[in-house]
Write a protein that binds this ligand. Structure first.
Ligand SMILES: C[S@@+](CC[C@H](N)C(=O)[O-])C[C@H]1O[C@@H](n2cnc3c(N)ncnc32)[C@H](O)[C@@H]1O
Length: 272
């Protein structure tokens, strides 16, 4: 049995609540009818660590009710049957490790099994982060992926020529998953993954990637600036388009050099 998180919201709040859950790191959200005509249940999973899930939900500061419910693992895995490849750009595709590699002679193809982590590559914030990364000079770069989830961004950086990628996540599940995905894509020798807090990361990185919820980006802003080299680029994502001003204020004096938008999500590249 695994733990499902069931969030009950009014029908009008479904989109907002789904966006919030995605940005907390869920892999899939299933909508089910609530107990009344006006409510909807959003069934999802944030792993098995109840205390950190409760803390994350409290940080959202929403009025929604929620509960944990034990479910059969096979039920929580049904999304896998419907997972498809995501074309990030014409020459970059992320595909589920359990389906055949998409046919393309020229595209970079990243094979990912997210396990219980976030990062199948299909969420707009991941797509936008990958587009932003693809536009940067990655050859020989030292890269830091903050909130690596499945490791998809760190792996992409290595496939684009980065010399090393340090990947960190507060979720312990990210460590074996990122190692397995890096191995699957033949870059395990260049990806180092841990649950080290960003505050403990030393060094100076040419590219820092952080696809994390806006409040976390604000909390981490001092350390994100500390680890960014003077000529480096910081890519932030995980922010809804209308909610990024306070994130940018926390990251000053870094300045915005590029914005990417998809659906209601944003990724932003910043430099000194
Ligand atoms: C939206 S997912 C991004 C996953 C992947 N990088 C991607 O782009 O698909 C955010 C990840 O950040 C992690 N996270 C949240 N707060 C964090 C923090 N303070 N330090 C490190 N990781 C954090 C979560 O556990 C989750 O795996």
């Amino acid at each position: 049995m695994v733990l499902a998180l069931v969030v009950t919201v009014s029908a009008a709040d479904v989109e907002l609540a789904s966006d919030d859950l995605w940005s907390l790191g869920v892999v899939a959200v299933e909508e089910r009818a609530g107990s009344s005509d006006t409510t909807v249940e959003l069934w999802t999973s944030l792993g098995e660590e109840q205390e950190s899930i409760i803390a994350a939900l409290k940080a959202l500061d929403r009025e929604w009710t929620w509960r944990f419910q034990a479910v059969d693992e096979s039920v929580s895995e049904t999304w896998r049957d419907y997972a498809t490849a995501t074309w990030v750009t014409g020459d970059l595709v992320v595909y589920p490790a359990w389906i055949p590699r998409p046919e393309s002679a020229t595209a970079t193809a990243i094979s990912i099994d997210p396990g219980a982590t976030f990062g199948m590559g299909d969420h707009p914030t991941t797509v936008l982060s990958l587009r932003a990364l693809q536009a940067l000079p990655t050859h020989g770069a030292a890269v830091l992926d903050v909130g690596c989830g499945s490791g998809v961004l760190a792996i992409a950086a290595c496939l684009f020529g980065a010399s090393q990628a340090e990947a960190i996540d507060i979720s312990p599940a990210a460590v074996p998953t990122t190692i397995a995905n890096a191995t699957r894509n033949d870059v395990a020798d260049r990806v180092n993954v841990s649950t080290a807090p960003l505050a403990d990361v030393d060094g100076s990185y040419d590219i820092v990637l952080a696809n994390i919820l806006a409040p976390a980006l604000i909390d981490l802003s001092g350390d994100l600036k500390r680890v960014l080299s003077p000529s480096g680029a910081l890519v932030i994502s995980g922010i809804l388009a209308e909610r990024h001003d306070h994130v940018l204020a926390a990251l000053e004096p870094l300045r915005v050099v590029q914005r990417y938008e998809l659906e209601s999500w944003t990724a932003i590249t910043l430099r000194w």
